[in-house]
Design a protein around this ligand. Structure first.
Ligand code: CAA
Length: 383
């Protein structure tokens, strides 16, 4: 069901105002200090941003995908760190529970996730299992009414702040692929769970990723999400939605970069006129606009189809592939239009250039999106 149009518009305007007034003015500081200030995080909580995709009956805003994407497009207009603070609660940290959780699991955790009192992370990737997520090695061995978890997860967003993790672990040790995997909610204070120090990264300062280590961590069997052996499908369904959300964040960044490049090109004069009057600069502005618009249309079409109950595996991958690759090209053109000013830190363009590089990697690399698209095409051809 589509979200009420007036409420949707009011929410988008509220988020736009928040981004313009509270985030953009401090995005350089967040980049330097590698932290989003707590008062801004608290404001995000009071705006309901942590609970965008949690149903209303569990305290969230219960947005449909189209509205969530419109909000993500707004959040994308500033440093991705702001979105990231709430990003795992909005998406990969909450959606296994939303989509596959039991009533008891939802009642226990979703209200805290929606309010932001609980930070929820998603622990799929491992040192030896990135793109080949089905090859993960973290073990979950049944022992009475618990599973005992051992293994290491890598690059886990918000792990240093997390109170709970959706963890994919192997419950069938004789099945090395996707079929042997199950999903669990693991609480951070479970004995045997520890979190590494935040990694030093190329960009997206203010958003943190760490290792999460399980050393004989005893997790109640009732914390399993979905059925035993179906954890990989749980993870992939969560990622279908996450990939659309990331596309919207990336496209918000593209639109911001276009605004910056046009503004600069209209002011900066060379050869006796603003560089925006030179056709080679115009070509970069125009190509960027065409690509960002195409990405926006793809995002909204895929989101509406998901809201209508269609499977969006191929559309989400197509959208992420196009939107994030386009964002990379647009960030590169923004540096080019700014010239030397784009390369020094004062204008923030180089920071965006570094930040947006991650969009092509996380929640599935561009090459993984290509694989998913090709497989879905062949599946449809065989149907
Ligand atoms: N929805 C539901 N089920 C799905 C699915 C989907 N989107 N995709 C696959 N499945 C099912 C398949 O139907 C199959 O089930 P059956 O055997 O019953 O048919 C099962 O899952 C296994 O699927 P595949 O055979 O396709 O599995 P695979 O091992 O070949 O892997 C892959 C497929 C697409 C390459 C997958 O491993 C993948 O997406 N890899 C990328 C992982 C990824 O995105 N990681 C990001 C981590 S999160 C992150 O980055 C955020 C952060 O915090 C940093």
């Amino acid at each position: 069901m589509a979200f009420d149009a007036e409420i949707r518009q009011a929410l988008i305007e509220q988020v736009r105002r928040f981004v313009t007034e509270r985030c953009i003015p401090i995005e350089a500081k967040v980049g330097e200090e590698d932290e989003v200030p707590q008062d801004v995080v608290d404001e995000m909580k009071s705006l309901g941003l942590f609970g965008l995709a949690v149903p209303e009956e569990y305290g969230g805003l219960g947005l449909d995908m189209e509205t969530e994407c419109l909000v993500a497009l707004e959040l994308g207009r500033t440093s991705p760190a702001f979105r990231s603070v709430a990003g795992t609660n909005i998406g990969i940290g909450s959606q296994a529970l939303v989509l596959f959780g039991t009533e008891a699991q939802k009642e226990k955790w979703l209200p805290g996730i929606a309010s932001g009192d609980l930070i929820a992370s998603f622990a799929l990737t491992e040192p030896g299992a990135g793109s080949d997520a089905g090859g993960l090695k973290t073990k979950a061995v049944r022992d009475g009414d618990h599973y005992v978890l051992n293994g290491t997860k890598r690059y886990i967003t918000n792990a240093n702040k997390a109170n709970l993790f959706t963890v994919m672990a192997r419950t069938d040790q004789d099945e090395p692929g996707a079929k042997g995997v199950s999903s669990f909610v693991v609480e951070r204070d479970t004995p045997g769970v520890s979190v590494g120090v935040p990694e030093k990264k190329m960009g997206q300062q203010g958003a943190h990723v760490c290792d999460v280590i399980f050393d004989d961590a005893r997790v109640p069997a009732k914390n399993m999400i979905g059925k035993e052996g179906e954890g990989f499908k749980v993870a992939m369904s969560v990622l279908d939605k996450g990939r659309l959300h990331i596309s919207a964040v990336a496209t918000g960044a593209s639109e911001r970069l276009i605004k910056e490049m046009v503004g600069y090109a209209m002011e900066r004069e060379q050869f006796g006129k603003p560089i925006a009057q030179h056709q080679m600069i115009q070509a970069m502005m125009a190509d960027s606009q065409a690509e960002a618009y195409a990405a926006r249309c793809m995002i909204l079409d895929a989101a509406r189809r998901r809201d209508a109950g269609e499977s969006i595996t191929m559309l989400a991958s197509s959208t992420k592939l196009f939107a994030t690759e386009a964002c990379g090209r647009i960030a590169d053109r923004a540096v080019q239009v700014f010239g030397g000013a784009g390369y020094i830190t004062d204008y923030g363009i180089e920071r965006f250039y570094r930040d947006v590089r991650l969009f092509r990697l996380y929640e599935g690399t561009s090459q993984i999106q290509q694989i998913v698209i090709a497989r879905e095409l062949m599946k449809a051809a065989n149907a």
